[in-house]
Design a protein around this ligand. Structure first.
Ligand SMILES: [Zn+2]
Ligand SMILES: [Zn+2]
Length: 334
């Protein structure tokens, strides 16, 4: 906790010969693109929410051989030194074309869409690629390194707003959506259509369609009966509730379908919704059984620890606030 104290930070800056405010400025450069109520649900890097990514392992050559974690933009391949760095693994990559492209997409296009290794999409894309490789000879070694290129390529497609909409739109048929998703996965990973892939694709489409339904019909509050929540707010909240990691990239509703009506729980306060989609929110998603999360090494001068605490607090807070709110509406409804 002492590491977050302003005096400790300014002392560290002085010791390291850095300008005052170095860490604050550094952190602001790596704020994530997200949607929140502060900016009218536009995709922005909000100063007030101040959400940065979870830490990841830095390249050992970049960090002078000291195990270091960083929370900046980028993934698991060092473009400068052509090294793969992930947890305890740190080695030079010989055939690096795929890794280079993946890293550029992750720190460029995907970054501007608010997608990182820890925002949920990466875990699901990894699950899908691995499922499509089930019929290939099993290779337990370097699985994260082998999936990196195909997973990022799949992410670039699936987080494109119109593709995300096609996957979740209620006007499309469920079967066509499953077929479309399977096609994209097989195309990106050069795998094949396996039973496991069919199962996961079915589940993903089911979850995303249900979440879309919920987003479109979400009452503005628990007490509201007529007014629905703003579209982007409904999308953010419904994504969170169902761990529908690709739904949050949808920017328009598509055609609507007449479906059997069912009750949708009202949206919580805007500030609660805004705090939800922070890195790690989809870690316990049902498909995350083999996603290789990097284990912690040393943290870099306390910054990382502070981020984790900050976000854990925010999540905890939002949950308790929501519970309190539900309690209130139950009382008023009785
Ligand atoms: Zn905000
Ligand atoms: Zn490096």
């Amino acid at each position: 906790m002492i590491a977050t104290h302003p005096r400790f930070i300014s002392m560290t800056e002085a010791l390291g010969g850095l300008n005052p405010g170095h860490f604050i400025r550094d952190r602001s450069r790596f704020r994530l693109y997200r949607r929140c109520h502060h900016s009218g649900w536009n995709l922005q890097r909000c100063v007030k929410c101040d959400v940065v990514d979870r830490a990841r392992t830095a390249c050992l050559v970049c960090s002078d051989g000291k195990p270091t974690e960083v929370f900046g933009r980028g993934g698991r391949f060092c473009v400068r030194h052509r090294r793969w760095h992930d947890g305890s693994e740190d080695e030079i990559v010989a055939d690096f074309d795929g890794h280079l492209r993946a890293e550029q997409a992750l720190s460029g296009l995907l970054w501007s869409r608010g997608v990182t290794l820890h925002t949920g999409e990466f875990g699901l894309a990894t699950r899908l690629i691995l499922d499509s490789w089930q019929e290939q000879p099993a290779a337990e070694q370097h699985i994260a390194r082998r999936t990196y290129g195909p997973v990022v390529e799949l992410l670039v497609t699936l987080t494109y707003p119109d593709v995300a909409l096609t996957m979740a739109a209620l006007a499309e048929s469920h079967r066509r959506q499953v077929e479309g998703l399977i096609g994209l996965v097989v195309g990106a990973g050069k795998g094949s259509r396996t039973r496991e892939l069919e199962d996961t694709a079915n589940r993903v489409i089911r979850v995303h369609r249900a979440a879309m339904y919920e987003a479109l019909r979400m009452p503005n509050s628990n007490g509201a009966t007529i007014t629905t929540a703003p579209f982007e707010k409904g999308i953010a909240e419904a994504s969170y509730r169902a761990k529908a990691v690709f739904l949050r990239h949808v920017t328009r509703s598509g055609r609507r379908d007449e479906l059997e009506e069912r009750v949708v729980r009202g949206a919580p306060a805007s500030r609660v919704v805004s705090r939800r989609l922070v890195p790690g929110w989809a870690d316990d998603a049902p498909w995350n059984t083999t996603a290789g999360g990097s284990t912690s090494t040393a943290t870099q001068i306390g910054r990382v620890a502070r981020d984790q605490i900050h976000q854990a607090d925010a999540e905890h807070l939002s949950e308790s606030q929501e519970r309190a709110q539900r309690g209130v509406s139950r009382v008023s409804g009785a």
